[in-house]
Design a protein around this ligand. Structure first.
Ligand SMILES: [Zn+2]
Length: 317
């Protein structure tokens, strides 16, 4: 840990902070999602699992970046894209500060619906493989961190301990007056929302009085979901932790998201530029895939468990 190391770290943080903040500012917006298309012609990254496993066996700090694809395999809707509607709206119509200011009752109905829906969803084999890998590698003095944009807490449910939820959580609230952030698993979250939030296109707004919406225990201020909405920036403390993990990792996995789409679009190229192997696990390759060492195509619930299973060289299981 000499002077050079410290300077290099500072330069990295300085550089990435400046570079990333501009990209992060778009919040949930997917970078050039429209341009995304399957690419057949270009030189392909390796899909050699044995080769990946050799690198995996030696890695000390593994960073796993996960996106919507991991949740989709558990049947979690994103309310984006074709068919992704709640009533007549999509997430980008309701997950905004403006929508909440204009109609907090409607936005709370939407989030209440999503919270209740999550009570019926379960981690899939990809979530479980990540959590089991973390527990096992921790016993060997190695680390695994999951950086996710998913707000459904399925990683937590699966047992992941070192988790950075960069877009927050459906099961946390933040007070719009005092800023207090609290874990909240109440069902319903408040009496007035009981039985509300029906997703059907013809369901009507309940127009719950604002004083009956979820309120802060400390100051009685109006609570909002502790999630990053469109047009909002990431929490700077979480972001600082993400940077630290990206700096120390010696293997990076991108799971259930394309590297053209956030969060992987923000983070994976920086890791790759340091010469650290990046492995994508998702349904399709994209032009960004070509920058990475490995690509494993298919449902991550199928491809990930064998990738993260105990390697023969692991002495402690
Ligand atoms: Zn408060």
């Amino acid at each position: 840990m000499g002077y050079y190391h410290t300077v290099a770290l500072m330069l990295f943080l300085h550089f990435t902070t400046r570079r990333l903040v501009s990209q992060v500012y778009c919040g949930l917006k997917t970078a050039s999602a429209k341009k995304q298309r399957t690419c057949y012609e270009m030189a392909r990254p390796s899909s050699n699992m044995a080769e990946f496993r050799e690198i995996f066996a030696k890695a000390k700090h593994i960073t796993i970046i996960t996106g919507a694809g991991v949740s989709a395999e558990s049947g979690v809707p994103t309310f984006r894209g074709a068919g992704g509607y709640w009533r007549k709206w999509q997430a980008q119509d309701l997950a905004t500060p403006g929508a909440f200011a204009k109609n907090p009752s409607r936005v709370w109905e939407f989030y209440h619906y999503r919270r209740e829906l999550m009570m019926t969803k379960h981690p899939n084999p990809a979530h479980i493989a990540m959590a089991e890998c973390e527990a096992r590698l921790n016993r060997q003095g190695r680390s695994v961190v999951v950086i996710t944009q998913n707000i459904d807490e399925l990683h937590r449910k699966a047992g992941t301990k070192h988790l950075l939820e960069i877009h927050g959580s459906l099961f946390k609230t933040r007070c719009t007056s005092c800023g207090n952030v609290t874990a909240n698993y109440k069902s319903p979250i408040c009496p007035a929302l009981a039985g509300k939030g029906a997703p059907d296109p013809d369901a009507e707004d309940t127009r719950i009085p604002v004083e009956d919406l979820p309120r802060c225990d400390d100051c009685n201020g109006l609570l909002r979901p502790h999630v990053v909405w469109f047009g909002e920036t990431l929490d700077s403390d979480v972001f600082t932790e993400v940077e630290k993990e990206l700096e120390i990792c010696d293997l990076c996995l991108v799971v259930g998201t394309s590297s053209l789409v956030n969060p992987a679009a923000m983070f994976a190229p920086h890791v790759s530029a340091r010469g650290v192997p990046v492995a994508e696990f998702n349904m399709q390759s994209t032009p960004a895939t070509d920058k990475f060492r490995f690509h494993f195509q298919g449902p991550c619930g199928t491809t990930l468990p064998p990738a993260l299973a105990r390697h023969e060289t692991e002495l402690i299981s």
